[in-house]
Design a protein around this ligand. Structure first.
Ligand SMILES: Nc1ncnc2c1ncn2[C@@H]1O[C@H](COP(=O)(O)OP(=O)(O)OP(=O)(O)O)[C@@H](O)[C@H]1O
Length: 685
């Protein structure tokens, strides 16, 4: 049984439907230890025959047998394995991979063996020493002479310890001295017990072998044995082969990107800019939310629910949206029973006179009921008057509202002085204190002022409540609530002096923790007496969540707009990958000839795209942090807050987006690369 046998091989090329026969029934047998020269004229079919023997060409008729076993050339995976385990190629034009060093060119074949990493490196060094290139291992192919390149190609062909070496015009591009050296190496390879099949035009080259097969017009015209084949040591075990591990294409892709970094840098920068913009807008969204929350929390206690009595007005108008309910609660809280002028207070629109007249008060029992609810720590009544006049010295100042200080009001809003005590008042900084003196507004603290407002007494008569109060402090509250405030007791005593209502028109309910605000608000709104709803509650927490929703919406829209640029990035990666596939056709052919599968080629290009994605995301993260920090410095001067806050989640999502784009962009080019016919790919310029 011959080591390799060709049985009546026929091969035709087709141009349209017209067949051009190239091989017309080739019957040949080969043994290990032979150095066979296939000699023939140009166009005689030598390369075609070598591609069939080498497992690259699968479109032929009849059989190739290896050790008596027919190779099923219809099975792609079996052919990949056959090339990987049995065949080593040497080409006229060397076909080295230009972006890999001499050592890596040899290692790329050794990666498909089961040798350990150190054994692979040791073998690569040994083979390069065997071909006389020990001192050239770090060089790249373009730094070598033709003869040196061919010797690297020989070392690579031997790397995976194949038993058949196919050399297609190996000396065609070499001078006589290099030709002699290469022929000597091929002879040595045959002497090691391998089968060397060498295609040549040259009689001199053919004479260096052990046998000459002449091919003309697709037929064997002679088969001449020059000397007997070298003896084969059957005991010598072959290095075991394996499929290419997944990380090798990743590694090769990385080396290619490193070799061509300047080419890829622009794409990386382009992609990074898009990712950076998305990241920055998300960071701005985080910052804005944080800033708004902080500001509101500084002004208003988030653990507070404001309660008003539920009225018919709120039934007709307020059963709708949350915001309209909130507005009504505030209106009711700020209007005073008995007809305090129903004008706007704290940015709330005026209510109709009828609704004002219907504003109900809280009984002590009702306040107690509220204070006993689950998660409620206290419930405190409050009164509000609209359009109060504050007389300081001889000058009158208008306070849009005068309220009672509640748990809702933050001590941090007091910018000078302290909280109001009995017969004291805190006044608003911008609308009163600064108007009194823009520079020395703090000096208002301790001064006596006269506060007056109109209301209706219990008999229905309009009366003017007037009281001399001491200024305890100055508040700065942009929400309006608590801007001008006295204690509940002071307000009650003022009201009582003119027989006006002293019962609470609003109640401030303190909740044990912020998380329970919503639950308490819902609970209060559900309370009923005789089947009738009693209260209407609103909490700042629900307002905060609405604000956060708006900020999220705005930043998502901005990030999405920025994200459009990522489409351009994806297109850039697709174009680059397609160009890379076109430019690297030969490399694809070489890798396939070495035994890499279509999947390995697909992984190579996908890895390259993914690396571009990861590097872009890393660059975008760096840019976002750098530029974000710069912007924060500028914005801090305005808001005293770091408005760009990039979080871990933003970084993770940026990497996910980048990888998704890179993966999508790689699909088509990688598929195209994997589908390339290895023979056509090898023939590429
Ligand atoms: N892909 C192809 N499509 C059509 N015809 C082809 C193709 N490849 C080769 N041929 C033709 O097949 C014939 C044999 O080509 P082949 O390359 O095998 O010859 P060769 O003996 O190796 O020639 P050379 O020594 O010049 O390399 C030639 O006539 C060539 O034009």
């Amino acid at each position: 049984m011959s080591y390799l046998a060709l049985k009546d091989i026929h091969k035709s090329y087709y141009l349209g439907k017209e067949a051009f026969p190239v091989l017309n029934g080739i019957d040949l047998t080969f043994e290990r230890g032979e150095f066979v020269a296939i000699l023939g004229e140009s166009g005689g079919g030598k390369s075609t025959l070598m591609n069939i023997i080498g497992g690259l060409d699968r479109q032929f008729e009849r059989q190739v047998l290896l050790q008596g076993q027919a190779i099923d050339h219809h099975q792609e995976k079996q052919m990949d394995r056959y090339r990987r385990e049995t065949i080593g190629y040497i080409y006229q034009s060397y076909n080295l991979i230009s972006h890999l060093s001499v050592l890596d060119n040899v290692l790329i074949s050794l990666d498909m063996t089961k040798l350990s990493r150190s054994q692979r490196e040791q073998r690569a060094h040994e083979l390069l020493a065997q071909v006389g290139l020990s001192d050239q291992v770090k060089k790249y192919p373009n730094q070598l002479s033709g003869g040196q390149k061919q010797r690297v190609a020989i070392a690579r062909a031997l790397a995976s310890d194949p038993k058949i070496i196919i050399a297609d015009e190996p000396t065609g591009a070499l001078d006589s001295q290099n030709t002699a050296e290469v022929l000597q190496l091929l002879d040595q390879i045959a002497a090691e017990g391998r089968l060397v099949i060498c295609v040549t035009h040259s009689q001199a080259v053919a004479d260096a072998g052990t046998r000459i097969v002449r091919l003309a017009d697709g037929k064997i015209t002679s088969d001449e044995r020059l000397k007997s084949a070298y003896p084969v040591d059957e005991q010598n075990p072959q290095i075991a082969a394996r499929k290419l591990p997944w990380y090798v294409p990743l590694n090769t892709a990385f080396k290619h990107l490193k070799y061509t970094w300047s080419w890829n840098l622009l794409i990386i920068i382009g992609t990074a800019i898009g990712l950076f913009a998305v990241m920055l807008f998300n960071g701005l969204g985080n910052g804005l939310k944080g800033y708004i929350n902080q500001e509101i929390n500084n002004m208003v206690n988030p653990q507070v629910v404001t309660v008003a009595r539920y009225t018919k007005t709120s039934q007709t108008k307020g059963s709708g949206s949350q915001s309209s309910q909130r507005a009504q609660a505030q209106q009711q809280a700020q209007a005073q029973q008995g007809g305090a002028s129903p004008s706007a207070a704290g940015g709330v629109t005026t209510t109709a006179a009828t609704s004002t007249s219907k504003v109900k008060t809280f009984s002590t029992a009702q306040i107690k009921r509220l204070s006993q609810l689950n998660h409620v720590t206290s419930a405190q009544g409050g009164l509000t008057a609209s359009n109060a006049t504050i007389k300081i010295g001889k000058k009158d100042y208008t306070a849009s509202s005068l309220t009672t200080w509640s748990a809702n009001d933050r001590k941090s809003t007091i910018k000078a002085g302290h909280q109001a005590g009995k017969n004291e008042i805190v006044l608003d900084k911008s609308s009163i204190a600064k108007k009194w003196s823009s520079k020395n507004w703090r000096q208002l603290v301790g001064k006596k002022v006269t506060v007056s407002y109109q209301t209706t007494n219990k008999a229905g008569k309009t009366v003017t409540v007037k009281r001399r109060l001491t200024v305890a402090g100055i508040t700065n509250s942009s929400t309006g609530s608590g801007a001008n405030a006295v204690t509940y007791a002071t307000m009650q005593s003022m009201q009582a002096s003119k027989q006006a209502n002293t019962k609470a028109t609003s109640v401030t309910v303190k909740v044990d923790s912020r998380q329970h605000n919503d639950a308490v608000t819902k609970q209060i709104n559900k309370l009923k007496t005789n089947g009738k709803r009693q209260f209407m509650a609103t909490s700042i927490a629900s307002m905060l969540s609405t604000v956060n929703t708006y900020v999220n919406l705005a930043t998502t829209v901005l990030a999405a707009i920025a994200g459009i640029s990522l489409l351009v990035s994806a297109l850039m990666i697709i174009v680059t990958m397609f160009m890379s596939v076109s430019a690297r056709k030969k490399e694809i052919g070489i890798l396939r000839a070495l035994g890499e599968s279509r999947g390995d080629i697909r992984r190579l290009f996908t890895s390259e795209s993914l690396i571009i994605g990861v590097v872009s995301a890393a660059l975008a993260t760096g840019l976002a942090y750098g530029i974000g920090a710069g912007l924060n410095q500028v914005l801090y001067k305005i808001a005293s807050y770091n408005l760009i806050q990039i979080q871990v989640g933003n970084i993770v999502s940026t990497f996910v987006i980048a990888l998704a784009i890179a993966l999508l962009a790689a699909i088509l080019p990688a598929w195209r690369a994997a589908r390339l016919n290895p023979i056509d790919a090898l023939a590429a310029d």
